[in-house]
Write a protein that binds this ligand. Structure first.
Ligand SMILES: N[C@@H](CCC(=O)N[C@@H](CS)C(=O)NCC(=O)O)C(=O)O
Length: 383
């Protein structure tokens, strides 16, 4: 094993075409945190990081003090706890809960769009993808890894039956966001929130970069393309909004142009999310895991099973990832910190937007991360 790097800046292990690395990278750039990006093939990653986190996954952040953090969300939370120039969690409970739900949509729901546009159009963008994968894993391995990625499509619910709906969804999303970003630089106002960081994952690494979907974005939604540039720039990149300021919209209000996005999300994440939660409820009931038990047998296994469900009316099978609980529990925690009156206001809004079932709520389990591994939390379920 090699000894820890003598480093003065943070190291981000990742690659340009990785969805979750993009989330962490945008955050570091926005906050002006110096970092060096190294690929996961680097000896430091292979000899030191991988044995610590017990799987090969990116992004991983290594701090100058030698702390190792895997998970894009945890990397954000690490810096939020220290204080940053542009905090990403809105203080208002409604904005905060909605931001978590939008973040979930970006990090989980939009995997389908990202993977579809990358791999279904493989032939048209083979050279671009090959160059990226060869840079990460070498010429000899690139083709094999690309084939493996390609083979994930069915378990993500990307099939002949769902592809037309996925494309309609992407184009509708672009229309909605293009209107929104005509009026606001970021989703909740003057700086990126966790909602923006969730959405930038797929909208940068795949949809904003791979030739076929990036072309669609540039032609159909130039303001969204500008937001992608804005999110990947250092600090705030807002020449179109010189007087806007860097605050979230005041008084915990929801911008009118964001409401169609919430409708879009509600129309798409159900019944799939409800079905996945029901599957997880049953698995917990049957397996009765203890507090701290890993969510899957091996750390790299992200699914605990497959569920038959629907995506925009089409029948699909989808892998059930306990990680979704890890993301969405943040909404419950925001609500738990509210007064009864605030809670009522948020719940009424969620009910009106058809999003109340996005809360994990009163279940006797949660998902935590301990020693870099996702585990069931049974002790005293949060919130
Ligand atoms: N929840 C993780 C997901 C990270 C993730 O899925 N990373 C992908 C690349 S974008 C990866 O390393 N996959 C390899 C694997 O899981 O074996 C995060 O947010 O950091």
């Amino acid at each position: 094993m090699s000894t820890p790097r003598q480093q003065t800046a943070h190291v981000l292990y990742g690659v340009p075409h990785s969805l979750y690395t993009g989330i962490a990278r945008c955050y570091l750039r926005t906050q002006g945190i110096g970092y060096t990006e190294l690929p996961p093939g680097h000896p430091d990653y292979v000899d030191r990081i991988m044995p610590t986190i017990r799987r090969s996954i990116i992004p991983v952040l290594e701090t100058p003090e030698g702390e190792i953090i895997q998970d894009s969300l945890d990397i954000i939370d690490h810096f939020e706890a220290q204080g940053v120039p542009y905090p990403a969690y809105p203080a208002g409970p409604l904005q905060r809960v909605l931001a978590v739900i939008i973040q979930y949509y970006g990090m989980q729901g939009m995997l389908r769009h990202a993977m579809h546009y990358r791999w279904t159009y493989r032939e048209q963008q083979e050279g671009f993808l090959h160059s990226a994968f060869a840079a990460r894993s070498g010429e000899a391995q690139a083709g094999k890894i690309m084939d493996r990625m390609n083979s994930y499509l069915p378990r993500l619910g990307i099939t002949e039956d769902t592809i037309p709906a996925i494309e309609r969804s992407y184009e509708e999303l672009l229309r909605i966001l293009d209107t929104h970003f005509t009026h606001h630089p970021y989703l909740f106002g003057g700086r990126p929130s966790i909602a923006d960081y969730g959405m930038i994952g797929p909208l940068f690494a795949h949809l904003g970069r791979d030739p076929v979907p990036a072309g669609i974005m540039k032609v159909k939604a130039p303001k969204v393309y500008r937001w992608v540039e804005r999110m990947t720039a250092p600090g705030l990149d807002v020449p179109e909004f010189p007087d806007y300021g860097s605050d979230f919209v005041p008084d915990d209000q929801v911008p009118d142009t964001l409401k169609p996005l919430l409708e879009h999300i509600a129309g798409e994440i159900f019944p799939e999310l409800t079905d996945k939660l029901a599957f997880m409820d049953a698995a917990i009931e049957q397996r009765q895991p203890g507090d701290g038990d890993p969510v899957s047998e091996k750390p790299h296994q992200r699914y605990i099973g497959m569920v038959d469900t629907h995506y925009r009316g089409a029948t699909v099978q989808a892998g059930v990832e306990p990680y979704l609980v890890y993301v969405l529990r943040r909404a419950d925690r925001a609500l738990a910190a509210c007064s009864a009156a605030e809670r009522q206001r948020v719940e009424t809004f969620l009910g009106g937007a058809g999003l109340e079932r996005a809360l994990i709520g009163d279940r006797d389990y949660s998902v935590d991360r301990r020693e870099h591994i996702e585990v069931w939390e049974r002790r005293s379920p949060r919130p």
